[in-house]
Design a protein around this ligand. Sequence first.
Ligand code: G3P
Ligand code: CA
Length: 269
Amino acid sequence: SAAQAEKPKHKEVLNIAHRGASAYAPEHTIPSYEMGDRMKGDYIEIDLQMTQDGRLIAMHDETLDRTTDGTGLVKDHTLAEIKKLDAGSWFNKENPQYAKSEYEGLEVPTLEEVIEHFGKNRKYYIETKAPDVYPGMEEKLLEILDRYGLTDKQAFKKNRVLIQSFSQESLMKIQQLNPDIPLIQLLWYETPAQISDEELEGIREYAVGVGPNHEQIDRSYVEKVREHRLEIHPYTVNSQEDMKKLIDWGVTGLFTNHPDRLREVLKDK
Ligand code: G3P
Ligand code: CA
C-alpha cells in the first residue's frame, strides 16, 4: 500500500546513543560517548547546560548533584569550578556491574571538547536544555558549530547535526539564526498521546521531526506523524521488545541507553 511504501527501510532507523551508551558508562562523559560509537550508534546525544561564565557543557540536569560530586545549580558555577568535579564515581556506586576504576574522576566535558575529541565526521544530536534559564545559549551553540565546520553545506548534506528541544521558542530562535539546521521538536505526554493535523503542520514549519516519549504513543500516532512527512524519534527505548514494536510501527530513529541492543535488532531486520 501507499502507506507502507512511505515507511523507512529498517536499516535507515537512526540509532541515537542517549547521553552516550549511558547504560554502561557515566552519562555525558567522553567514555560514554566513545562506547556509543563502538556500539555503532549513529548519533551521540548531548544535553546542554550553561555555566556561570557562559560555557556550554554536556549535562542533563540543571544541578550538579546527581552526576557529579558537586552541589547546586550549573548556572551558579564557573567552568573552572565544574572541571574540578568527579563526573564518574557516582556511576560506579549505582551500577556495580558496569563499574570501572577509569570512570573515577572523569571530567564534565564542554561541547567544544566533545566535538574536538570526535571530530567532524561523527554525528551529534544536541539538546538545548532549560533555554529559558540560559539566555544566549542558542547563539553560543551556533557559534561553536560554525567554528567546527558543522554548519557548512557538506555537514548538512550528511546530517552531521540535529538540534532538539522541548522548547519551541528555542528551536525557533535557532531557525532564525540559521534556517538550514534540521530541528526536532521534543514532546512529553503523561497520558495516551494524540496529535492533530494542525499541530503537525505547525511543527513542520520549523522542524524536520518530533521526539515523543515512547510509552504513550501507538501505531496510529506514528503513522500520522509519518503522513505529515515528519521524522519520529521516540525516547528512551531500552528493551528490544519495545524497539521491535516501534520499528514495526514505522519510527525513523530511537534514543536508547543501549545502542548495542538496537544495533542487534536492526541487524536482524
Ligand atoms: O532528548 C530526548 C530525551 O533525551 C529527552 O529526555 O530528559 O533524557 O533529555 P531527557
Ligand atoms: Ca536529551
